[in-house]
Structure formats: C-alpha cells, structure tokens
Design a protein around this ligand. Sequence first.
Ligand SMILES: [Zn+2]
Ligand SMILES: [Zn+2]
Length: 366
Amino acid sequence: MATEQRDYYQVLGVDREATPDAIKKAYFKLAGTYHPDVKGTGSDEKFREVQTAYDVLSDAQKRARYNQYGTAEESYGGFQPGTDPLADLFDGIFGGGNRTRRSGVPMPVRGDDLRHDVTMTLEEAVLGVEKTVRFQRWESCNDCEGSGAKTGTKAETCPQCQGSGQTFTQKNMFIGTFTQAQTCSRCRGTGKMIASPCPTCTGMGRVRKMRERSIKIPAGVDTDMRMPLRGEGDAGERGGPAGDVYLVFDVEEHDVFKRDGTDLYCQVPISFPQAALGATINVPLIDGTEELKVPEGTQSGHQFTLRGQGVPEVHGRGKGDLHVLLQVDVPRKLTSEQRELLKQFAATLGEEHEHKGLFGKLFGHG
Ligand SMILES: [Zn+2]
Ligand SMILES: [Zn+2]
C-alpha cells in the first residue's frame, strides 16, 4: 500500500484543469493500451496505475481531496487520535456503493464493505473488551485461485470483444462520427469465457465463508459508533482489493447506570437518619464501589459528582464523571415504637401533624 505514488494527472497525461470529459477520454485510451489482456503492450501494473488515477480523478469529491491533500484517502483508519469514529464519513458506504467499475472495461472490482453489529454491556463499553466476531463474507476460491475455471482448464478470451469486455458501434451524426462503447453481451463485460466452470464456486471465482476474528474493542465506545476492519470485507473480483468490515456497536441499557456521552448517572437511596445526621455510604461504580461522605442535612434529590468515574473518551482524552443522585427513602412501614419516636420528633419541630403530614412536608418537594 505504501508504495510510491505517481501524480494521477501525470499518469493519465492530462493537466490539472482537465474537464471530466478529457479525463474520461485519456483514461479510455490508456486503459485500452495497457489492459493486461491486450497482447504486446498489456501490463498489469501500468493498468492498475491508470485505473487508480482514473478512479480518483473521475470522482469530483476524491479529485478535490486529492488536489488539496495530495491523496484521495480519507484518514479515518481506526481509533487513532484525531479521528472520529462517529463521523458520518461512513454513511452510505454500506451496500457496496464503492465499486470501482465504471464502464464495460473488465477492470478489477473492489469487494463490498460489510456491516457487522456488535452488542455489548455497558461494563464492556466502559472498560473495553476483547470480542470474537463471526461474519459471512465472499472469499477468493482456493480451488481455481479465483479464476472461476475448473482445475486444468483456463478461462478463454471472449471472442466477441477480444477480452476488452466492451463492443463498439460507430454512429454517424451530422457533426461527426462517434464511437459508442457497450458492455459485451457475450461475456457480460468480463472479457472472459469459462467453458468448464470450477465446481467449488460454480465459476464465480468466489465462495461464501464464515470468518472469525478476535477484536480488541477500546474503552469508551457507544451505540452507533463504528470501527472499520480494513480489508476484512468481501474479496475483490479480477484482482481488485477486498472491501472493509464496519463493526457497529450497540451498548445495552443498564439496570443501575444511565449514560450520556462520557457521563454516567445513578440514583442511590439513603435513609432519613443518614440524610439528617450525615453518613458515609457506598455508591456503585461500573467496576466496584466507592465511599461517599454525605454531610449532615443532605436533601433528597441532591446530586454528588465523582470526577473521572464516568466513561473514558474513546480516543483516550480523559474520562467523564459519575453523577450520584441521592434519594431519601421514606419508610413505608413503621413499628409502633418508631411511630412514637417520630411523633416525638415531630413535636420538637412544633408540629402536631400525623407522620404522613410530617414526611409530606419534609420530602414532598424532594
Ligand atoms: Zn473456484
Ligand atoms: Zn466479451
């Protein structure tokens, strides 16, 4: 991948201001010359170079990016700092919108991208986890090495298009003669005819296989975040590169914690005496507990924040907080002794209410 890259405009022999039409023309000329099936001047490497250059320059977005950055690659590889797995960059990639095939010329076709959903618990998302993922994909057939032809036989060059994958018709119009290219009907644009297909892949050159991989998922992922596995998608055709797999995360709801970005929230009950007198209580963390000092006279609904006890930021830039909401538990049943004591307590407040009224006044607005 990291081989030296020639300037795409040079490769196609056009200048930087070339119109899409001029680029297309230059490409067809070169592709015809360097196509690997063409005798004499055919060259796989040269053809691929032309192909890559055209792929970039024929796409307005890629061309703009190339002009600006000198590369058409979007730099969203993995979870490196500075990249955002949430970015919408991946949208629209699913479903194989990325094929490089643009005309009847039998050119390498990149394999499709695949999506694989990964469900995980909140604990796994917060702490990071290694998961085994299994997915179906197309792989190049081993028996025929992807050619689609039965062992011992070879795919023949299509006699109708001589392997170019397209046929031409000339049209005379009053402003000149035009040549129109069409996908060859005999070989459906592949340029090849297979007399005896490989029985393993029925001539397709690819077979469906189950792939299993162990993946380290970093701490901090959230629902709908995506992680690309480069080159793990469907095998390409005619020497094209494999597609990618996008893991799409789904983090389950948690019984105790609610999550908002990198912050966690939970409710912790404390008793009325604890709230009134002050106490040290245990609050739950995602991986244990921590002591929290509740000062005397703490009101129901008061929120404490434990800094750094939330979710790590997925790029490793710090951690969120845990917000603990205290809820004072009103006893539902009292013994007669407790009832008597509470009445005495109420009396000290100068109130003659029943205990119901007392709690109602103390906590009703909590
Ligand atoms: Zn095969
Ligand atoms: Zn043909």
